[in-house]
Design a protein around this ligand. Structure first.
Ligand code: C2E
Ligand code: MG
Ligand code: MG
Length: 641
């Protein structure tokens, strides 16, 4: 606001006079010097005094006129404000609204007793405040624009400010500004303030009741669906995935029936607290009612990230809930739905997650199930997706292979790559393996998919060889169902022979669970492949049963440490010590170690310190097309052979 008070006006005037006098003096002496010579000013000291007197005589009427004009304007303004006839004084004094009178510069001149009661400040206290303090107490800056609009005669909307009272409480005041004008001159402003704190509090309470669960204080279903809608809009624009977890407690009804609702409510609160601890910032936890909860993860790269949250939830809920003297245990069945595969609208996604949750209940409770398109299909045509997958296997172009580079931790060079299959479904769009491999295993066509992938990989290696490029080893994933078939090894080696690919250029990745499923058959197949020169690699190590004895019996070449341990290695000491032990143990056995899912530089730094051999992960690259891999591998001339 920054307008001049009377004292400042006087000060400014005297300062101005001094400057004028000084400059005139300097000018006078300079000219004198030129005309009368060097020592002129000594001789004319007396004349300077005369000059000063002369100046005062000349300027006095001007100063006097200015002072008169200032005083007159000021008294006109005050007369507008003061309401000399006292006509409206009682309206001012007795008003139940707070009324503040401001001078034309916006500083408070007076206020009525209501304002004094609400704010707790006296007039002199407010008047002594500097602008910063006024801003703190009255959000003073918010007033400038409404005052200006009031003066311009524009239609004024009421505006709200927060008033900080002397006792430190905050009141919400709704204000309107009325300018005081006489003969088009603004003498000041009335600001009429209504205290709307209670109304706002009530609105907030209503809003909370409409959007939050009263027992757990989590979001309710409406709020969750609203957030899901927003997250879906963002996910569609950014072409990212999104996951929701639908959680239904197992065994909660028994607690409620046996111990009553009060204890039941406490268990719900305890569960809610643990769910909140399982999610990161930006993710939403909601209670839908009863023993149903939901989690929204707004952006996921991979369905595994949602599965990781589900695992955390299962183990967090499993610990006993202590309510009064009871130690109560509940479990959870979780259904996971991922956009876009399981639906592209809130209701469709919720329905998919619900279906998956029931699947988890059917499969024995206390587990999670990822919704697959096949579940949706069950209701109208499971056959359709099966048929789609069968014909995709026949046709070349729908199933294709991408490669994720594997990088030497020390040199930073790409030393190998993993082949990962993708399905470009004609209507459902691109699908990741997690979304169709289980179905392929179930309906017995995983071998065809595996053969297709191996063929594409061998073709790629041969292309490199024909172009005189030195190929890097490629690993392919193999399921238990494939390995347990008698003819698997022979067929596998036949494909390699057909494309004249040396077995040392191929690695197979098998999970621990695969190893355990049919130890004898799988062991025999792996032994044969290994003897032929194929590298054997244990995938996702740590995710399953950590069966080190089994690994020794089966003799493997490479251990891939699961993303679960790698993703927080730089901040989680326990994970770091596990990885460190795994690396030392592997090196002692002559196994190479690959760390999977490296997303951050800090994690890579730790892996380097721990002497890990190779890594793969989004930090270097996600899976990419063969053309891109070619570029990454051979854009440096020293790699071409
Ligand atoms: P996997 O063999 O453990 O493959 C690694 C998975 O982790 C890949 O997912 C990859 O995209 C993902 N990934 C890589 N780096 C990162 C990272 O930094 N962060 C995160 N969050 N994820 C990362 P994808 O392609 O969806 O494959 C999933 C699983 O599907 C594979 O896990 C593998 O078990 C299976 N699979 C893939 N292709 C085939 C195949 O041709 N045959 C068989 N039988 N299974 C396959
Ligand atoms: Mg793998
Ligand atoms: Mg893996």
């Amino acid at each position: 606001m920054g307008a001049m008070g009377p004292k400042r006006a006087w000060r400014k005037m005297f300062f101005g006079l001094f400057v004028v006098e000084f400059l005139t003096g300097v000018f006078y002496q300079r000219v004198g010097r030129l005309v009368f010579g060097k020592n002129w000013y000594l001789q004319t000291l007396n004349e300077s005094a005369i000059h000063l007197i002369w100046l005062v005589i000349v300027f006095s009427p001007v100063i006097y006129a200015y002072v008169l004009w200032y005083e007159r304007t000021r008294s006109q303004q005050l007369s507008i404000i003061e309401d000399k006839d006292n006509k409206f004084e009682s309206l001012f004094l007795k008003n139940s609204s707070s009324i503040v009178v401001l001078d034309p510069t916006g500083r408070p001149l007076r206020f009525n007793p209501t304002f004094e009661t609400v704010s707790g400040y006296t007039l002199s206290e407010v008047q002594a405040m500097d602008e910063r303090r006024l801003q703190e107490v009255l959000q003073f800056c918010e007033w400038t624009e409404p005052m200006q609009r009031a003066v311009n005669g524009e239609e004024m909307e009421e505006f709200e400010i927060s008033l900080k009272t002397k006792s430190g409480r905050t009141r919400v005041m709704k204000n309107s500004v009325i300018p005081m004008t006489k003969m088009r001159r603004v003498g000041g402003y009335y600001v009429v303030m209504r205290d709307v704190t209670e109304a706002r509090d009530a609105e907030l309470r209503m809003w909370k009741m409409a959007h939050f669960d009263t027992i757990t204080h989590l979001c309710n279903r409406d709020m969750f669906v609203g957030r899901l809608k927003d997250a879906l809009d963002v996910a569609k624009k950014a072409s990212v995935r999104l996951a929701i977890l639908f959680i239904d407690l197992d065994g909660f009804k028994n607690i409620n029936d046996a111990l009553g609702h009060r204890i039941g409510d406490e268990v719900l609160k305890s569960v809610a607290g643990r769910l909140v601890e399982c999610v990161s910032q930006g993710e939403t936890v909601a209670r839908f009612g009863g023993d149903e909860f939901a989690i929204l993860i707004p952006a996921v790269h991979h369905v595994d990230e949602a599965s990781d949250v589900a695992k955390r939830v299962l183990s967090a809920i499993a610990n006993n809930h202590v309510v009064e003297s009871y130690q109560l245990s509940v479990g959870a069945s979780i259904g996971i739905a991922v956009y876009p595969v399981s639906g592209d609208a809130p209701e469709a996604l919720l329905q998919s997650a619900d279906q998956a949750m029931y699947e988890a209940k059917r499969n024995g409770r206390n587990r999670y199930v990822v919704h697959l398109p096949v579940m949706q299909q069950i209701t109208y045509s499971r056959l359709t997706l099966e048929n789609d997958l069968r014909s995709a296997v026949q046709r070349d172009h729908e199933l294709f292979v991408e490669y994720q580079p594997q990088v030497d931790v020390k040199t930073g060079r790409v030393v190998s790559a993993e082949a990962l299959v993708r399905w470009n479904h004609p209507t459902l769009g691109p699908l990741l393996p997690g979304e169709f491999i289980p179905l392929a295993e179930e309906i017995g066509i995983i071998r065809d998919i595996g053969r297709g992938v191996l063929t594409q990989v061998c073709k790629q290696i041969r292309e490199w060889q024909q172009a005189s490029k030195r190929p890097v080893p490629i690993s392919v994933n193999v399921s238990a169902a494939e390995l347990s078939e008698e003819s698997f090894t022979a067929e596998f080696l036949n494909v390699l022979e057909e494309f004249q690919v040396k077995p040392s250029l191929i690695a197979i990745e098998i999970t621990e669970t695969t190893l355990m499923k049919n130890e004898d058959k799988v062991g025999a197949a792996l032994g044969e492949l290994r003897r032929a020169g194929v590298t054997i690699c244990v995938d996702d190590f740590g995710r399953g049963y950590n069966s080190l004895g089994l690994l020794k019996r089966l003799s493997v070449d490479v251990l891939k440490i699961d993303r679960m341990f790698v993703s927080k290695i730089h901040e989680d000491l326990a994970d770091r010590s596990i990885v460190s032990a795994l690396i030392s143990m592997s090196h002692a056995q002559n196994w190479r170690v690959i760390a999977e899912g490296v997303e951050r530089v800090e994690d890579l730094d730790v892996l380097r310190e721990e002497d890990c051999d190779t890594y793969q992960g989004f930090l270097f690259s996600p899976s990419i097309s063969p053309q891109w891999l070619d570029e990454k591998l051979f854009s440096h001339s020293d790699q071409a052979g």
